[in-house]
Write a protein that binds this ligand. Structure first.
Ligand code: MOS
Length: 751
């Protein structure tokens, strides 16, 4: 099916099952331990051995020699695989660095060996016996040092064209002429996905056929890239990933656990399981790259933006991509003169790549502080300032409308709900005992993407509808919304639908990423169900166009037939894929929201506590209010981490992330998170898909950190432009402390 004209009325609009707050259909499996994660697949292949990955001790250089004889003769060891005996490997099209190093080393903790042994402990202790002679090369690890000479990055596939900044109007002239201007630089640090479940794989060979049970968001990408890396035919590889303990973008790509498990299993002649240890994950895998973002805003005294510039610099390994932190600035606020672009430095740190809302999450951390600073300069309320600069058309392509854009309503509804009018616009002036109280707001914005997505649907003789697609559920609720979609389309209750996901033998879906999973994968299921309805109608000899599927029956004219009657001759199977036309070119498809945050900052210690949070989201139809809300409160929690805690500390001499475990890399826990409220505007966007739903999982994160930062500023009057906002960055400037120090000085003078 191709979606190329706005959706008309369709069976989803009945909203009997879709749009209802159903519990997760996989919830009981997860809470009772019955959902098997990759490392728990004890049952799938007998005689599993344990693999332990050894990571490189240097960040850049090469291996002169690697001595494995001691490890090979250690007790219980079955195989040791390094580049020296792995055979020729390819590289996955989506991997920037090789997943097995050697002789070149591209980054710290890049895998240099796997030891396979009878037990995990034997493999781990033997790995310590591997002796590697490294020759250290010269690497670049310091973004701030590399930024001034970082070249512009071109989005153009044609690399022969020189990269240029995106220009609309004459930014320089308009900025110079603007009566009110802001020119500020903001930084965001490297961040880790820090998902609960580590990278893990069980690999089993049968002749030249390989099966992996792994933890991956994108089955088809993992399938392609593992086949390509190992140099095997795709038909000889099966990838399974039915349950995933979080990914946040870290599991979009094939990683070393899968490659090394496959190599280890081949060498040992038995199935091998590998889980990456937590301290390996931070430097071995990908992370959200740090940014340095310069924002310039020019406005009239009335608060109309006349000029916007946003230039973001990030780093990556050679051939890596930049953090696209300017993405939202192209679309969010009106201004006739614009100058936007990204710079990319070569850094030899571990690979930077997508982490939840790549681009906008980092970009809004900067832009939405800049908007707060500018509102203050203008003497305007920050909510009103955003409303004044709203646009209903693409600012770079006048006349091109948004499919739906209710940012103003999100801001207004949120302000009313949060009692925003009680905010004191004078920062540092609201006290509650020893606490300085502040309120902050930020716009949420994230693009909506549609990705080709297929599914197979069967109507069994028992009347059960089974959906099969290689879609994944990374804790997001995919199982549930797909079941709801099939139930709605086929007119059966939710408990008559079985959903099977995460298997490369199923039709290729969108997978889970870029908040495109929910809208795209359910649209694929929609397409397959349309075909199944046609097949059933044909079987029953009724016209599919006027057939109504309801209460387990098909109704057409004055005939009403039980679905089960349609499958007397055996089950009926239908398969289809949703393809997307040009509606996303005709209309800009984006999601919107507003985040409101209240913080309390201890006037003497500088400790920051978040007191209240509200998100108002406009993202088309909400397929399941319960799972959607869970997505948003999880994202808001992640935003608090980004604002106040998360930072990979870079050792700029040796090129690695120092705090590579969950003791040193801090994320919020329950005690850090206060009351959170989420409101969804009642929308249905007919330009995006027959589901009329857009992504929500990343929108919930976008803007949160800036709302926290703005609340902290409102509380303290100290502006911090470098994330995370840890108390050392404002402690010495806090008003109460300055007051206390002054009193002490006065007392001392008086003595
Ligand atoms: Mo998302 S960072 O595309 O999983």
């Amino acid at each position: 099916m191709k979606f190329d004209t706005p959706a008309g009325i369709n069976p989803i609009d009945r909203m009997k099952v879709v749009g209802v707050a159903h519990d997760r259909v996989d919830g009981k499996f997860k809470t009772t331990g019955m959902a098997p994660y990759a490392y728990e697949r004890h049952d799938v292949a007998p005689g599993q051995l344990y693999g332990f990955i050894l990571g490189s001790a240097i960040a850049k250089g090469h291996i002169a020699a690697i001595h494995t004889t001691h490890a090979e003769s250690a007790p219980g060891v079955r195989a040791v695989v390094t580049y020296a005996n792995a055979g020729k490997l390819g590289k996955g099209s989506k991997n920037t660095a090789n997943l097995l190093a050697g002789p070149e080393i591209e980054h710290y903790h890049q895998a240099v060996a796997i030891v396979v042994a009878d037990t995990f402990e034997a493999a781990r202790s033997a790995a310590a016996l591997i002796d590697v002679d490294y020759v250290r090369g010269t690497g670049h690890f310091d973004l701030a040092a590399a930024a001034p000479t970082a070249p512009l990055h071109s989005e153009d596939k044609d690399k022969s064209k020189p990269a240029v900044l995106d220009r609309v109007g004459d930014f320089e002239a308009a900025f110079a002429a603007a009566p009110v201007t802001l020119d500020a630089t903001y930084t965001t640090p490297d961040e880790a996905h820090a998902m609960m479940e580590p990278f893990a794989t069980v690999a089993s060979w049968s002749g030249d056929k390989l099966t992996v049970w792994t933890s991956n968001q994108m089955i088809a990408w993992a399938h392609d890239d593992l086949a390509q890396t190992l140099g095997i035919a795709k038909e000889n590889l099966r990838v399974n990933s039915p349950f995933i303990g979080g990914g946040f973008g870290g599991k979009l790509f094939l990683r070393a656990d899968a490659v090394m498990a496959a190599l280890g299993a081949k060498a040992a002649g038995r199935p091998v399981k590998v889980a990456m240890t937590r301290p390996m994950m931070f430097n071995n895998s990908t992370h959200r790259p740090a940014t340095i973002q310069r924002i310039r805003l020019g406005a009239t005294r009335g608060g109309k933006l006349t000029s916007i510039s946003h230039i973001s610099t990030s780093g990556n390994l050679p051939d890596g991509s930049p953090e696209t932190a300017t993405a939202q600035t192209k679309l969010l606020y009106a201004a006739p003169n614009r100058l936007i672009g990204t710079r990319l430095a070569v850094l030899d740190l571990p690979e930077g790549n997508a982490m939840r809302a790549p681009g906008e999450a980092s970009g809004l951390m900067a832009l939405e502080i800049a908007m707060d600073e500018m509102a203050e300069k203008l003497g305007m309320d920050p909510v009103e300032f955003r409303i004044v600069n709203d646009t209903q058309e693409d600012p770079e392509k006048p006349g091109r409308l948004f499919s739906q854009r209710q940012l103003i309503r999100c801001l207004r509804d949120g302000a009313a709900r949060f009692d925003w009018s009680a905010r004191n616009p004078r920062p540092g002036n609201t006290r509650d005992g020893d606490q300085l109280i502040g309120l902050g707001v930020a716009t949420a914005f994230r693009n909506n993407l549609n990705v080709t997505s297929g599914a197979r649907v069967r109507l069994g003789h028992d009347g059960v509808v089974t959906v099969e697609t290689d879609m994944t559920d990374i804790g997001t609720g995919s199982y549930t919304i797909i079941a709801q979609t099939a139930a709605e389309m086929m007119g059966v209750p939710l408990d008559r639908v079985v959903v099977r996901l995460g298997d490369s033998s199923f039709p290729v879906s969108a997978g889970s990423g870029g908040q495109f999973g929910a809208g795209s994968s359910t649209s694929g299921v929609y397409a397959a169900c349309v075909k199944l309805r046609e097949a059933i109608a044909q079987n029953l000899g009724v016209n599919s166009a006027d057939a109504v599927f309801e209460d387990g029956h098909v109704r057409s004219g004055n005939r009403r037939v039980a679905l089960a009657d349609a499958v007397r001759g055996g089950e009926i199977v239908a398969e289809d894929t949703m393809h997307w036309g040009d509606l996303d070119k005709e209309y800009q498809q984006s999601t919107f929201g507003a985040h409101f945050v209240e913080v309390a900052v201890d006037a003497f210690t500088g400790e920051i506590r978040v007191r209240r949070m509200l998100a108002v989201c406009a993202a088309g139809r909400v397929l399941n209010p319960k799972t959607a809300r869970s997505q948003v409160i999880g994202a808001m929690t992640m935003g608090v981490g980004g604002a106040l805690m998360e930072e990979l500390a870079v050792d700029t001499r040796f090129g690695f992330f120092v705090n590579h475990d969950l003791a040193g890399y801090e994320v919020p826990v329950h005690a850090d998170i206060p009351h959170q409220e989420v409101i969804f505007l009642d929308e249905a966007d007919d330009k995006v898909s027959p589901m009329k739903a857009k992504g929500i999982g990343e929108l919930g994160l976008c803007g949160v950190a800036a709302a926290v930062a703005n609340a902290v500023y409102n509380a303290t009057g100290v502006r911090v432009r470098d994330y995370p906002i840890t108390l050392d960055k404002h402690l010495e400037k806090l008003p109460a402390l300055i007051q206390a120090l002054t009193i002490r000085n006065v007392c001392e003078k008086a003595k």
